[in-house]
Design a protein around this ligand. Structure first.
Ligand code: ME8
Length: 669
């Protein structure tokens, strides 16, 4: 019987579309799962969605859907995204699944029976975005009592809740972490968790009464289980706990929970303690990777600074995106996403190095060997050294992947690809051809073998390229029929087999007509402030369509051709209803008003150039339309987050309002 391997991603909030940050974790898990399958493991790769909680309940209300209808729509889109990225998950858990709900309630009962849970009155600060509580000290450390991750003011909540005795297990957990150095990875993160536990663990609130969209506490249906206990349980409910213990026993403990670093404490403190209370073994490893940032900040739905993976795949191809995401940032560290880096990476590694090696090699085989793989002849030291490099590649990739160093594994592959290109230059096969030297056969054969091995070890990371290279070498059977270990063998190519040189695998991306990403962002920022200032300067103001995100705006040539944008592009502009709470003139600027607006679950400040058309007090109480996901801009020293929409003819400026009252924060679509 083969060994099992159980890998999980976080279950993502079903509160909106996922972005490239979520895809990052899922692609990493996919690469690891594919790798382990190739190594002969029986793999269970679990992903899914976290569907309960106040944030989702409010979102659903704001679009007039029931929470279940709302999450069903989001889940369908998430599954579509995983199809586009060719994610090979084996299980998709939803916290709204009946099986999952049953498990959560069973656990709640069990903890209650064991007296690990008690009820008390609770008052605390809360961020709906994080679905997390903050102590007074934590809350006061956030400037303006605003959540630094979500930009939303913390809410004060008071209710009767159930509490879980975390503190009881602190020493046991510390001991476990000390005795199992691999439990929390990377190492730097382990130290952070140890410090946190040593500071003393407070008991944890695990139920809520102030919203209803959740799993009811079995013996107190007025309370629902607080999201984190509900969410973490997915890792065991998905494999049958506690109703199918045979299945559970097959997979548990998990080999690795892959997560982003912001949810490490939940996974490395709360989750293990919950498992201890249930008398279950702990996962072998929690691996917290870093963040993909955009413009220096964590890419996040709430902040609106996101990149759509589907759009990237459409523009650059699936394998290029898979490669970039997995290669660009050392797995564990933070990294900045820029389109410039993406294009540079595709051009250098995929077009110049890999694509070029395939193309050059097959061109020479076509020219010097009538498209047939030649038989190897005489071998010189440089050939032998090259062959050894190729033969060592499988092992090198294994060494990296066994420690989840995904980016380094790709680097090892590209090192060999680079070596192969250099080998061509060193050996000059065209000179050998001129003199009819039989070493030409050696060189071409070795290069073809190098391509076969590279294709084979690229399988965990890319999905179309390995078989494209494989087929172009004229291999008799599809790549799927060859084991991982075959990448460590030499001589599988039969001399005489017919190669096919197709189109270049990764055409170079010409960027002359694109602004480099850095400038592009600056341009977008300038554009954003110009748009607000334009109103301030009382020039004709255009509305909606002008507010586009430069990263995902239609290619300039498309727009020039048709003047039209697609519905997806339009959807990227989030328009929302905001109620004006206060308005005042901006000192020293005749035309500017500073508005404080309410968006349901947040307040914001907006600067608008409408002072010559409206008295501030006339605006208070009006519901206006704002561009919600516009980058903040500073106008005359005052920060403006968003832009109000207004119509203007030669004389009159009129702000857009709604025909009848709707909830603040409602989307305009
Ligand atoms: O936290 N860079 O869900 P979530 C890298 N439901 N990874 C990122 C990222 C970024 N900019 N943005 C998101 C939740 N991620 C909970 C989890 S698990 C029991 C419950 C990835 O939708 C990363 O894996 O906010 C991060 O931990 C996760 O998405 C957060 O997804």
């Amino acid at each position: 019987m083969s060994e099992t391997y159980y890998i999980t991603t976080p279950i993502y909030y079903a509160s909106g579309d996922l972005h490239i940050g979520h895809s990052y974790t899922t692609l990493a898990a996919d690469a690891i799962a594919r790798y382990k399958r190739l190594r002969g493991y029986e793999v269970f790769f679990l992903t899914g969605t976290d569907e309960h909680g106040l944030k989702i309940q409010r979102k659903a209300e704001s679009v007039g859907l029931s929470p279940k209808e709302f999450v069903d729509g989001i889940v369908a889109k998430i599954k579509d995204l995983w199809r586009v990225l060719d994610i090979t998950y084996d299980g998709f858990i939803r916290t709204t699944d009946d099986e999952h709900k049953r498990t959560v309630q069973w656990i709640f009962n069990k903890l209650y029976e064991n007296q690990d849970i008690y009820k008390k009155n609770y008052e605390s600060w809360y961020c709906v975005g994080c679905e997390s509580f903050y102590t007074e000290t934590q809350a006061r450390s956030f400037p303006g009592m605003v959540c630094p991750d979500h930009g939303k003011p913390l809410e004060r909540v008071q209710e009767e809740s159930y509490f879980f005795r975390l503190s009881k297990y602190a020493d046991r957990l510390l001991k476990h972490i000390e005795e199992n150095p691999d439990f929390i990875q990377p190492v730097s993160r382990r130290n952070e968790v140890v410090q946190f536990i040593k500071m003393g663990l407070e008991d944890l609130c695990i139920s809520r009464t102030s919203f209803s969209w959740g799993i009811p506490v079995p013996f107190d249906p007025g309370s629902v289980v607080y999201v984190w206990i509900d969410a973490l349980t997915n890792y065991i409910s998905a494999i049958g706990y506690p109703f199918d213990m045979e299945r559970f026993g097959k997979w548990w403990p998990a080999d690795v929970h892959l997560i982003g670093k912001e949810i490490l404490r939940f996974h490395a403190v709360i989750w293990p303690i919950l498992l201890m209370a249930l008398d279950l073994p702990l996962p072998k490893q929690v691996f917290a990777h870093g963040w993909l940032n955009l413009g220096g900040k964590k890419m996040s739905k709430t902040m609106g600074n996101v990149v759509d993976p589907v759009e990237l795949v459409r523009r650059y191809s699936l394998d290029a995106i898979r490669y970039f995401v997995l290669r660009e940032v050392p797995f564990g560290a933070d990294g900045d996403y820029t389109e410039e880096a993406l294009v540079a990476r595709i051009n250098s590694d995929l077009a110049n190095d890999l694509g070029n090696l395939v193309y050059r090699t097959l061109t020479m085989v076509r020219k010097f060997s009538k498209t047939r793989v030649p038989a190897p002849g005489r071998e010189e030291p440089v050939d032998r050294e090259f062959k050894e490099r190729c033969l060592g590649l499988k092992k090198a990739v294994e060494e990296e992947m066994d420690h989840l160093r995904i980016s380094s594994a790709l680097e090892r592959i590209m090192d060999v690809v680079g070596r192969a290109n250099k080998y061509i230059d060193e050996v000059s096969p065209w000179d050998l051809a001129k003199t009819g030297d039989p070493r030409l056969g050696t060189t071409l054969y070795y290069l073809c073998e190098c391509l076969r091995i590279a294709a084979s070890v690229l399988r965990p990371f890319m999905v179309n390229t390995p078989s494209a290279i494989w087929n172009s070498l004229g291999m008799p059977e599809p790549i799927e029929n060859y084991s991982w270990d075959s990448a460590g063998e030499w001589g599988l190519l039969e001399p005489g087999q017919i190669t096919k040189r197709g189109k270049p695998l990764f055409p170079r991306i010409e960027i002359e007509d694109r602004e480099p990403a850095g400038e592009k962002e600056q341009a977008a920022e300038e554009k954003a402030s110009k748009e607000v200032l334009q109103v301030a300067e009382d020039k004709t103001q255009e509305t909606g369509a002008k507010v586009t995100d430069s990263k995902t705006a239609p290619a300039a040539e498309d727009r020039e051709e048709t003047g039209l944008i697609t519905i997806d592009q339009f959807r990227q502009v989030q328009l929302r209803i905001a109620e004006v709470l206060a308005a005042e003139k901006v000192k020293g600027a005749d035309k500017l008003l500073k508005l404080t607006v309410n968006l349901g679950d947040e307040e914001r400040q907006i600067v608008a150039g409408i002072a010559q058309h409206y008295d501030p007090q006339d605006l208070v109480g009006k519901q206006i339309v704002i561009a919600y996901n516009l980058k903040p801009a500073v106008i005359r020293g005052v920060e403006s987050k968003g832009m109000l929409l207004a119509a203007k003819d030669d004389e009159t400026l009129s702000i857009l309002t709604v025909d009848r009252k709707v909830k603040n924060g409602s989307p305009v679509s």
